[in-house]
Design a protein around this ligand. Structure first.
Ligand code: 5RP
Length: 228
């Protein structure tokens, strides 16, 4: 196992130790979240899970965990999920796994959110990692031009790129498309997020601000805890 994978695994296992029987638990998406799900499944607790993607739901089900729908259960007690970047105040970029919309729905329905990651995800300013922006398929090229105009208002000069895999546009679990914006530096994440969200055709963006309550970061020396 690589050092990065060992850090992801350590963070996932530390987060699994936070869960108690009787909880409703939000399950994130991605390789770090998968370590959490596997460690949680191995504990055999009496819990109900809400998954942020079909891939995570399939993994949890394969481990014998009970997976419910968002809204079927009472408030989610704890959600644990990965991130692409962790910036000041636990501001986050998420979405490389394409699950940002479901992730944000689950995070916002949760009493407590814990982000888990390897050490390389910590940054001083968000934006080096491309920002994922989920858009409806109808008119997406027009929407991408409007996203570009909005980015330029924040002095971010770049054209977002449609996410493609194996020669075809990537579809989210909700059937939408994703544009990735390599912003470089995001100086005003809250204002940028609000401006993107106001565009017709934009469904969601990968800026998760004021949502994470704690971060568990796997490092070469063990798991470090961060608070906002
Ligand atoms: C999925 C996400 C993931 O949490 C994020 O991309 C981190 O992935 P990984 O744990 O594989 O590095 O936001 O939409």
């Amino acid at each position: 196992m690589s050092d990065v994978d060992a850090q992801k695994r350590a963070a996932g296992e530390a987060a699994a130790a936070l869960v108690e029987s009787g909880m409703v638990v939000g399950l994130g998406t991605g390789s770090t979240a998968a370590w959490f799900v596997k460690a949680l499944g191995a504990r055999g607790l009496d819990i109900v899970c809400v998954a942020t993607s079909q891939a995570t739901a399939d993994l949890a089900s394969s481990l014998g965990m009970t997976v419910g729908e968002l809204g079927e259960t009472r408030t989610i007690d704890l959600t644990v999920d990965g991130a692409d970047e962790i910036g000041p105040g636990l501001s986050l970029i998420k979405g490389a796994g394409g699950a940002l919309l479901r992730e944000k729905l689950v995070w916002e329905a949760s009493r407590r959110c814990v982000v888990i990651a390897d050490a390389a995800k910590s940054v001083t300013t968000l934006g080096k990692f491309p920002l994922s922006i989920e858009v409806v398929a109808f008119g997406h090229k027009t929407t991408s031009l409007r996203i570009c105009d909005t980015l330029s208002e924040f002095e971010i000069a770049m054209m977002p790129r449609l996410r493609v895999k194996d020669g075809a546009p990537v579809r989210t679990d909700g059937g939408n498309l994703i544009y990735d914006a390599a912003c470089g530096r995001i100086e005003e994440p809250a204002a940028l997020g609000a401006a993107l969200k106001s565009l017709t055709g934009v469904v969601e963006h990968g800026l998760f601000l004021d949502l994470a309550d704690q971060a568990l970061i796997g490092t070469a020396d063990g798991v470090t805890t961060l608070e906002p």
